[in-house]
Design a protein around this ligand. Sequence first.
Ligand code: M6R
Length: 608
Amino acid sequence: MCGIVGYIGNRKASDVISEGLSKLEYRGYDSAGIAVYNNGNIEIRKHKGRLAVLEESLAKNPIDGNLGIGHTRWATHGEPSDVNSHPHFNEEKTIAVVHNGIIENYAELKEKLINDGVTFISKTDTEVIPHLVSKFYKGNLLDAVYNVLDEIRGAYALGIMAKDSPNELIAVRKDSPLIIGVGDGEYFIASDIPAILKYTRDVYFMENGEVAHIEGNNIKIYDEKRNLVEKDVFHVNWDIEAASKGGFDCFMNKEIHEQPQGIKDTIERRLDSNGKIHLDDIKITREELNNINRIYIVACGTAYHAGMLGKYAIEKLMKVPVITDIASEFRYGQNFVDDKSLVILVSQSGETADTLAVLRDSKAKGARILSVTNVVGSSIARESDDVFYTWAGPEIAVASTKAYTTQIVSLYMIALDFALKMDTIDEKEYKKILDEMRELPEKIQQILNNKDYIKDLVKDLVAKEHVFYLGRGIDYGLSLEGSLKLKEISYIHSEAFAAGELKHGTIALIEKDTPVISIATQSYLFEKMVSNMEEVRARGANVIAIAKEGNKVVEKVSDKVIYIPESSDFVAPVLAIVPMQLMAYYISSMKGLDVDKPRNLAKSVTVE
Ligand code: M6R
């Protein structure tokens, strides 16, 4: 996600900001830019690509000056490009703004501004802000900013400066992180602490709705009603490495904990004022949907596992059969894709070679391509007909966690929207499912709050050589993902089986104390699962069950139970994966392994 840095003091602002931005690289970005007040003007440099491109441009064309703002952009609205990079400015280039987050009502604000004669140059939601500040600016920057805050809706951390207020820097926070660093006669603003640790360890944490007004070496912080807020300075005593992980020991752990927010962003930002799903980047019409005779979901690894759950959702809601396959197999198989096919590709990175190859091949055969990806402007996003972006934020750890759960939620939203368009579900069912999905962040948080139980439980698994996972129906797809998480970061051999298939061979591997994780979230299959758990227990297996709160029967057929909050069968898997992610993480970390960078693996597999 985007990173913000700002500076006001006696140092060379461009140096402080570049240095700070380099410490925010871990957040993921596709372009970077800087604006500095210099000799009566705001000078701006901004470029698509790595920070090195910006640094090279600053080396060739340095900017002096002691007040500035900078940004690393992770594109959401408009592809990565020089013009879409931040800072954004008004027509006269007298106001500069950096923004992290999303302005939800930007389209309507933009239309009004255009009607007032304003010319926009970028495709971003952010650009409305400098134009609005400019509209309201009558010599008092703080007044203008408060006027703008009355107009905009969404999530934002902002850094704002104006040519005619050369001694002022304004920072705003609402639902996007922002801190203020306090130096000796100088202030810093940043999305995260590592950006400023080289200069100061004293910070103010901005709360939602707060506005910091820094004027020279004075700072005042106000709440949303413009009451003055008294704040304590917090002294940071972590090192940089720990701070960029937000206090977590590794990115995987951090990303597991970011799932409530990622899911919330993925769902809520697509709901219109009537609470209906609005798929802005998917243009497929009801007629086109009715013309489709086959749906494929194709992906690799974890994304493929998400696709398995997507198949279930589409079949249940749209009543259309779906073929799910692994991209590396699908591309060389007899796949029957044609111009009546809808091919849904799922990919966190949007760059996976096999998935991209399926995209190109299917497109050549005339299929409609819909991708579900986390990276704006990635190859898969660019080459697809329609895109649904998961708003998980950058995923750094090789083992995918928040991308997976947001992919499932995305596929569910697509299924819901399409099903309503095709009249295969009614409004009541649509609302019931959507309401339940909106409760997922809170329920995942409940699971995370009980993580110590899982930490304790896995102590017996650390020394094991084999762990098996069982599930039926949608839980089978989930068991594959649980097993993949464990093997890729703990190096424990693990396999997942459709529980009913076990007695056709694999049960021969079960012996005394073999750990078997049994996922039992599907009510209609519960009795069958109970039989399968009894089968393995009778052969000495140590059964750890994952079931819904309130299910007491499961305790009779297992050695330990991990409960997830009560929920429908439809959304339960999104909850049930979280304990399995935590199990894999705890085991890997207890074994002293590199959780984020497991051996032999790469985050993005861009070769066949
Ligand atoms: O970027 P993609 O989602 O296309 O990557 C696909 C797989 O390589 C990926 O999901 C992989 O299986 C995970 N890193 C495993 O945790």
